[in-house]
Design a protein around this ligand. Structure first.
Ligand code: V47
Length: 373
């Protein structure tokens, strides 16, 4: 029996999805209502099939990983985000820490010794550090380890540096770029809805500034990633509105390389939400992102937050990237992540191969370092 894709999809359980199936197969852009319909459907296999079909049209059978190391120079932070278990408002708290330049450089050297092409640096908004200190972190690493791509500082940090220094966002970004910054990570987006932000991150910059900073970065030739924190108090509509705003900016700048849904980790924080996200929600969120964000090249299944097993399955539900070796993860693990805090390259390759995809070691900007076919 030879079924066409159309015939196969006519077997979909949720007949409400038929118009969306038509759009996906004819490469028409989905509307926010379509995305909401997908979120409200439980026909996960149809949604996953469509997302995988779309992902393979974009990236073939490739699934990416990077040899990277996360460095979080301090967890002392002036913000008080309710979902965050990493930040310490009180610098005398036994859990509060700040690294010296030497310690930060040691970690970056460890990364290079272990084959890393990228360091991913984010941390707290320290009340006593000035912009110079953050700039020095970048230039110190760049001078000593010029081959490393420095992906550092979320839009939240850029906004803070601007306040600290009196410089505009553009001036802050230019100085960081001159010091050796390679790109911006996507953290701090959370959920754009002002109503949800008031509950989960009342002191954090609003979505307009988050997007403005990424827009300026893109204009300066810096690529960035972008994220969405889901699985707490937000609604499906909030998720769709969030992705819609990202899609709009990407239409203008084309500067985002990747979208990363971040699954809420519920421990040791102040939000009254004590459950981890479910496997179906993780897979559906990745799949809807792949289908809706037609202008974003890559969708990441971040194994740290959804676990290796779900991340592996997500490679058949629209994701084509697993992030990387990470080497030392703190933010999700302070909040109860059940995954390991680092990953061996060999394990990532195995996870990808067993998902039926071709593992590709990439650099930050998705240039191929090595294809494992
Ligand atoms: O900005 C904080 C989130 C982010 C929790 O850009 C939490 O490639 C879940 O942005 N549960 C930092 N999430 C991590 C991040 C990231 C990770 C991997 C790759 C990239 C990339 C970016 O983690 C924060 C915040 O949004 N976060 N607390 C929590 N309890």
């Amino acid at each position: 029996m030879n079924l066409t894709i159309e015939e196969f999809l006519s077997l979909a359980q949720d007949k409400e999805l038929f118009p969306i199936i038509d759009k996906v197969l004819s490469e028409k852009r989905l509307t926010s209502d379509d995305a909401l319909k997908l979120f409200n459907s439980t026909d996960i296999l149809t949604i996953g099939f469509l997302a995988n079909y779309t992902a393979e049209k974009k990236n073939g059978k490739y699934a990416y990983f990077v040899i990277n190391r996360q460095i979080n120079p301090t967890n002392i932070c002036v913000l008080d985000c309710k979902f965050c278990a990493f930040a310490q408002m009180d610098k005398n708290d036994p859990k509060a820490y700040e690294m010296s330049y030497e310690q930060i450089l040691e970690k970056a050297k460890h990364a290079v010794e272990n084959g890393a092409s990228e360091v991913h640096i984010v941390g707290g908004l320290h009340p006593d550090w000035d912009f110079e200190k953050y700039l020095n972190i970048v230039s110190l690493i760049k001078k000593n380890l010029p081959s490393l791509h420095i992906k550092a500082f979320t839009a939240v940090e850029i906004d803070y540096f601007s306040k600290l220094s009196g410089l505009s966002y553009e001036e802050v970004l230019i100085k960081l770029k001159e010091a050796g910054l390679g790109s911006l990570p996507g953290g701090g987006a959370e959920i754009f809805s002002p109503d949800v932000r008031r509950i989960i991150a009342p002191k954090k910059l609003g979505y307009k500034k988050y997007l403005e900073i990424h827009k300026i970065a893109h204009k300066l030739g810096l690529h960035s990633t972008t994220t969405m924190l889901y699985g707490h108090v937000e609604s499906y509509k909030d998720r769709v509105d969030h992705m819609e705003k990202i899609r709009q900016l990407q239409d203008e700048t084309n500067g985002f390389t990747c979208f990363i849904p971040l699954a809420y980790q519920p421990e040791n924080n102040d939000l009254p939400v004590s459950d981890h996200t479910t496997g179906i929600d993780d897979l559906k969120t990745i799949a809807v992102a792949r289908l809706f964000l037609d202008n974003i090249p890559h969708i990441k299944a971040y194994w740290v937050m959804i676990g290796e097993k779900t991340a592996q399955i997500a490679l058949n539900f629209g994701a084509d990237d697993m992030d990387g070796t990470v080497m030392e993860e703190k933010i999700a693990h302070f909040a109860g992540a059940k995954s390991p805090t680092q990953q061996q390259k060999e394990k990532l390759i195995r996870l990808i191969k067993e998902a039926g995809k071709i593992p590709v070691e990439r650099d930050t900007l998705y240039n191929h370092v090595r294809v494992y076919d």
